[in-house]
Design a protein around this ligand. Structure first.
Ligand SMILES: [Zn+2]
Length: 150
């Protein structure tokens, strides 16, 4: 029996016929003088109890698609915007969850210590500017290179 896997998709499924195990339906078919489809249909037919299908038919091979990959996607971080006095709050979303999960909100705040506006990466937890020892961002006017940068 010169078995060949040429032309298969690499997902050979073992079958057992009359207690003899074959590594694939194709090889069983060659040994028994049947077509591979004939072996397959007998394996799945109650009329042939001595034909056994030993493995599930493999599913279609999965193709890597970044849209469907569930882990490792980056947070959606809104771009910083000019000081609006705290009018706008933008959500930071974690798209590794479906639906995407709210991580935190960013926006302009007045520092609870010095009262100067600063852009906070978390308006709920980072309410004090860096200048005052917090983690909310640099207060307006602290740095010479502009008010909207940290
Ligand atoms: Zn401050």
């Amino acid at each position: 029996m010169a078995a060949s896997t040429a032309g298969t998709n690499g997902h050979a499924v073992a079958v057992e016929v009359g207690g003899v195990r074959y590594p694939s339906a194709r090889q069983a078919a060659q040994a028994l003088g049947l077509s591979p489809n004939g072996v397959s249909s007998r394996c799945h037919s109650p009329a042939f109890p001595d034909y056994r299908w030993l493995g599930a038919t493999p599913a279609k091979r999965q193709v890597h698609d970044p849209v469907t990959v569930r882990m490792g996607r980056e947070l959606i971080e809104p771009a910083r915007w000019p000081n609006d006095g705290g009018a706008r709050r933008m959500p930071v979303m974690d798209t590794n969850f479906d639906p995407p999960r709210l991580v935190r909100r960013v926006g302009w705040l007045r520092c609870v210590c010095c009262g100067r506006p600063h852009f906070s990466e978390d308006v709920a937890r980072a309410r004090m500017c860096v200048e005052c020892g917090g983690s909310g961002g640099w207060a307006v006017g602290v740095r010479p290179d502009g008010d909207t940068l940290t």
